[in-house]
Design a protein around this ligand. Structure first.
Ligand code: SAH
Length: 218
């Protein structure tokens, strides 16, 4: 059984990470507060304990990654998360991103296509603390029609295109934050669903994600 400990050292490293994110341009204090609160080292293999608060991505199971803290903060800030928002996430991975959104008071429905990760996540250390995280095994391209519509949708893998079914599951006035492939990198887009059902698109910085793949694995 793994022992989870959040020491003063961890808290200190987390404060430094939050200051770094601020320097890099993250301004949403609620996002920074959530990151300050969540022990990121719990989401990583214990071998990474000492470096868990460096601003970098790390490998997790099934050849996947936990996103870089800056990327998590950037996407969450663009999503403009509000308490009681109903959020759909594609790509549960380590659950770190989902936990940041849950800590901000939203309910998050998160989908993972790798069975191995999904099974592993059943032992989530904060299972009781965040009943507002709902876990699903499936193909994110399909979304979750049963639970739609959503206030927000966040995609945390490199999307080859904007999946039409996910736009359909967005509320009017709702927002989607999605990194869309442009070859070598992905451009972060924020898409807003307008009253007439159409969409408007804003473009932001470039990032590098693992690919969003069709179908389930396992
Ligand atoms: N949000 C995660 C980032 C994980 S990396 C975190 O905070 O750690 C992206 C994840 O998306 C991987 O786990 C990958 O398996 C998953 N993924 C890729 N394509 C998917 C799809 N079509 N549906 C659901 N999950 C997908």
């Amino acid at each position: 059984m793994r022992k989870y400990e959040d020491t003063y050292q961890h808290k200190g490293m987390r404060m430094r990470l939050v200051n770094l994110l601020r320097e890099k341009g993250i301004t949403d204090e609620r996002v920074l507060e959530a990151i300050k609160h969540i022990p990121r080292h719990y989401f990583l293999d214990s071998a990474f304990d000492k470096i868990a608060y460096e601003d970098r991505a790390f490998p997790i199971a099934a050849g996947q990654t936990i996103s870089q803290p800056y990327t998590v903060a950037y996407q969450t800030q663009l999503l403009e998360v509000k308490p009681f928002d109903k959020v759909l996430e594609i790509g549960t991975g380590s659950i770190y991103q989902a936990t940041v959104i849950a800590e901000m008071g939203a309910t998050i429905y998160t989908i993972e296509r790798q069975r191995k990760l999904f099974e592993h996540n059943k032992d989530f250390v904060f299972r009781n603390k965040y009943p507002n995280i709902k876990f699903f095994y499936g193909d994110g391209f399909e979304g979750l029609p049963t639970y739609a519509p959503f206030d927000k949708v966040i995609i945390t893998a490199a999307a080859p295109f904007v999946p039409p079914k996910l736009i359909a599951q967005l509320k009017i006035g709702g927002k989607m934050v999605i990194p869309v492939d442009e070859g070598k990198h992905q451009r972060m887009l924020r898409i807003t669903k307008e009253a007439d059902g159409g969409t408007t698109e804003e473009g932001f910085d470039n990032f590098s994600f693992v690919p969003m793949l069709k179908g389930k694995n396992g």
